[in-house]
Design a protein around this ligand. Structure first.
Ligand SMILES: *Cc1c(COP(=O)(O)O)cnc(C)c1O
Length: 397
């Protein structure tokens, strides 16, 4: 890997070398189409079945309930559009939240343009939905509730089991975008009463370009990709055997390490948060603390400075971080997640997301704290926003 400190594991991970090795034979040596009838495809068919079993293991599903896709975004699109256009659909109303990933929000906007009604639930200051507000939003014509398992910007872990129970009682489909959560926190689709769940391999040291949608047995969804009869006739396209093998291998490796990594990363996370709080005046942690936060996520606002400026300075210091979601960073709008949590424009603009992973160490955390302390102080010293902030504070005091 290139030198420097990578703290953007929520954007993507490297592919583990064991995963690359497991994939290798399926590019050329075992290239056959798994749908072909001859015996030389047997190895590929077996590899596909094994991948499905390994991915099912992440969430306690049966292998028959796992359908491979080309990304987490595709799984999200399929869940929403598939439920909306399902032959079993009884209504035209969908409920989701204002802090979802764009793959959900943009799909919801598409459905709105096509005659569906969507309710976007607010979140509290920590980024969590409130059960009473969810309850109040569900109607007789609601077909689907989609709430992400854990937020990609602030790491907030939603009360998924409670949401599942609520939906099951009311006969409403429950989808959760678990792209950030899968293999990082325990997930059990049966006890959490989840009907549909999205995953992506590249968020847990698997390859990019492969994901999965869990569809609970008996749930009827319209297809998103029409064509051949692959994936039991539910998702057309020749199976991407190498990437599916990679996703399966990555799932198995990550699950074997989940408990130890969860402890190690949450300790590093809390060290990063505590040290930044001590070193930098007026910092604010965005999102929940402790168990309700993903073990690898830190998101801080530094008033008086622009997040983008901090990122560029961090980059010069060899540190790769993000202002929030990688997908939104091309636009200069403040994060929709931070705005939904009630932050001011200023606070939302001054935010930085640091996400930890396999290569993260205490030494890296301490280097990042030192670099950020220096950068924030230097940028504040030349910031009119910071001067205004200090003036306002002294007036208030
Ligand atoms: C990364 C991510 C996605 C998109 O997954 P892709 O495989 O990149 O399409 C969707 N939802 C969340 C929460 C994510 O973090």
């Amino acid at each position: 890997m290139t030198a420097g400190i990578y703290m953007d594991y929520a954007a993507t991970t490297f592919t583990a070398s064991e995963v690359v090795e497991a994939m290798r034979p399926y590019f050329s040596e075992s290239f056959e189409n798994p749908s072909s009838l001859y015996s030389r495809s047997d190895r590929n068919r077996k590899a596909l079945a094994e991948g499905r079993r390994q991915v099912a293991g992440v969430i306690g599903a049966s292998p028959e309930e796992i359908f491979f896709t080309a990304s987490g975004s595709e799984a999200d699109n399929w869940a929403l559009k598939g439920a909306a256009f399902s032959p079993r659909r009884k209504g035209r109303h969908i409920v989701t939240t204002s802090v979802e990933h764009k793959a959900i929000l943009e799909t919801a906007h598409f459905l709105e343009r096509n005659g569906f009604n969507v309710t976007y639930l607010p979140v509290d200051k920590k980024g969590l939905v409130r059960l009473d507000e969810v309850k109040a939003a569900l109607r007789d014509d609601t077909i689907l509730l989609s709430v992400m398992f854990a937020n990609n910007e602030v790491g907030a872990v939603q009360p998924v089991a409670e949401l599942g129970r609520l939906c099951r009682e009311r006969g409403i489909l429950f989808h959760t975008d678990a792209v950030q959560a899968a293999t990082h926190v325990p997930i059990d689709v049966a006890s959490m009463k989840i009907d549909l769940l999205s995953m992506a391999a590249h968020k847990f040291y698997g390859p990019k370009g492969v994901g999965a949608l869990y569809i609970r047995k008996g749930v009827v969804l319209e297809n998103l990709i029409h064509g051949g009869g692959q994936e039991k006739g539910r998702r057309a396209g020749t199976e991407n055997v190498p990437l599916i093998v990679g996703m399966g291998k990555a799932a198995e490796l990550a699950m074997a390490e989940m408990e130890s990594e969860r402890k190690r990363l949450s300790t590093l996370r809390d060290r990063l948060i505590e040290r930044l709080r001590r070193a930098v005046p007026y910092v604010r942690l965005n999102g929940p603390e402790g168990e309700r936060r993903l073990p690898n996520n830190v998101n801080m606002s530094f008033v008086g400075v622009e997040g983008e400026t901090l990122l560029l300075d961090l980059d010069l210091a060899g540190i790769s971080a993000s202002t929030g979601s990688a997908c939104a960073s091309a636009s200069l709008d403040p994060s929709h997640v931070l705005m939904a949590m009630g932050l001011s424009h200023e606070e939302a603009h001054g935010s930085v997301r640091l996400t930890l992973g396999k290569t993260s160490t205490e030494a890296e955390v301490d280097s990042v704290v030192a670099a950020l302390t220096e950068i924030v102080a230097r940028r504040r010293a030349m910031s009119p926003l910071w001067e205004d902030f200090l003036k306002e504070r002294s007036k208030g005091a």
